[in-house]
Design a protein around this ligand. Structure first.
Ligand code: NAD
Length: 372
């Protein structure tokens, strides 16, 4: 907090990150000016921009600033120029480091089939219609963090790459709790995803989720689904899901696939939440699900809606402004209803706009909705 104002820390990062975050920033400023949002916007370099200035992807005082912030608005990391960095710089590991350092264990990825984007989706309208689900992905453990890891050379000269998929029961329980709590506010059903048929860690995952359900959440519907079947069900009949609970790896894969329900990866927002401290505060980082998209970076054509909808999640989860979150979601839906389309969701008869043009369309909708 800065006085009685919340601190929003903007970390645009690499590739299209700065392009999409510029639009989130304009919209955050609109909420400060027009809706009395008590917040201060500050910025922190991250990624290649930070490397050029500090010789590191993450500046020295960045983590304390991130811990002190009420919400972090993050863009993206990674890209072709990372190949030019010296190996000791940590490369794209840095976002993983942030997730670990802030203990951001619960990653919420809402996915909605907005009617206006029926044409943009590769799924048939009848398959996606009515879909409104949230993937709750465990974010600070599992195979992306497990030890041992590395590449070793065997005595016979062959090389072996190793990563370890491991979960402790408390890591599973705390993210499952987030999923059950969220389901209670929605349609009251959790589908827990694992590979309990072939993985011991998956068996433990299922046991812990089941035990927590029986002890504390017997009023919430619970089913278990194998991850491979889940991938198929997400494109066959996604409206069957309310809250999908996954580990780190399965959540990463399933949510990119599920992006086609929305119509584009550029549409998906996310919230990464840490534990609630004794003072009631929690670290929280909001970022679009997509990466730095080097193939379109610098052209002003990226879809900023995943980033803008991430701001809506921040309004809801960190800033105590659920009505403003709904307002922003409505403004996004309205901009799309009125035909604004970035290249990734473009179809015949719609109006193609730039990244900035989509920001303008959302701001115009906000103005009209605020006037009533
Ligand atoms: P990506 O998400 O960057 O892009 C995948 C595809 O989707 C590309 O064709 C891209 O043009 C398109 N796309 C993504 N976002 C878009 C948007 N907002 N509007 C329009 N089109 C969009 O994934 P990638 O190409 O596999 O990875 C590129 C880099 O991003 C890699 O270095 C990867 O490690 C990194 N990455 C970072 C994050 C993150 O910052 N959280 C997430 C995923 C990947």
């Amino acid at each position: 907090m800065a006085g009685n104002r919340a601190t929003l820390l903007i970390m645009a990062g690499d590739g299209i990150g700065p392009e999409v975050l510029a639009e989130s920033r304009r919209i955050a400023e609109w909420f400060i000016l027009r809706r009395g949002l008590a917040a201060v916007l500050t910025e922190e370099l991250f990624g290649l921009a930070a490397y050029r200035k500090h010789g590191r992807l993450l500046g020295e005082d960045a983590l304390p600033r991130m811990r002190a912030a009420d919400a972090i608005l993050f863009g993206a990391t990674g890209g072709l120029s990372f190949a030019e960095l010296p190996p000791e710089v940590g490369k794209s590991d840095s976002l993983l480091r942030i997730r670990k350092a802030l203990d951001l264990y619960a990653n919420l990825r809402p996915i909605k089939a907005l009617p206006a984007l029926a044409e943009a989706s590769t799924l048939k309208a009848r398959a996606r219609e009515g879909t409104d689900l949230v993937i709750v992905r465990e974010l600070s453990s599992g195979i992306y963090f497990g030890e041992p890891r590395g590449v070793e050379t065997l005595p016979d000269g062959r090389r072996r790459g190793i990563n370890t998929h491991s979960y402790t029961s408390d890591e599973i329980e705390r993210v499952a709790r987030v999923a059950f709590e969220l389901a209670r506010k929605r349609r009251n059903h959790v589908t827990s995803v694992d590979k309990a048929n072939v993985m011991e860690a998956g068996k433990l995952w299922r046991e812990v989720v089941e035990a927590l359900h029986d002890a504390d959440y017997a009023d919430v519907g619970l089913s278990h689904m194998l991850a491979d079947n889940c991938a198929m069900q997400l494109v066959r009949a996604p409206h069957q899901f309310d809250v999908l609970l996954t580990d780190n790896l399965f959540g990463d894969l399933l949510s990119d696939g599920a992006a086609m329900i929305a119509g584009s990866l550029g549409m998906l927002p996310s919230a990464s939440l840490g534990p609630v401290g004794p003072d009631g505060r929690r670290s929280a980082l909001y970022e679009p699900v997509h990466g730095s998209a080097p193939d379109i970076a610098g052209r002003g054509i990226a879809n900023p809606l995943g980033a803008i909808l991430s701001l809506a999640l921040a309004l809801e989860w960190s800033l105590g402004r659920p009505a403003d979150a709904r307002l922003l979601e409505s403004a996004v839906a309205r901009a799309l209803d009125e035909g604004a389309r970035t290249a990734d969701i473009m179809h015949a008869g719609a109006k193609q706009v730039s990244t900035r043009g989509m920001g303008d369309a959302v701001l115009a909708s906000l103005e009209r909705l605020a006037r009533g």
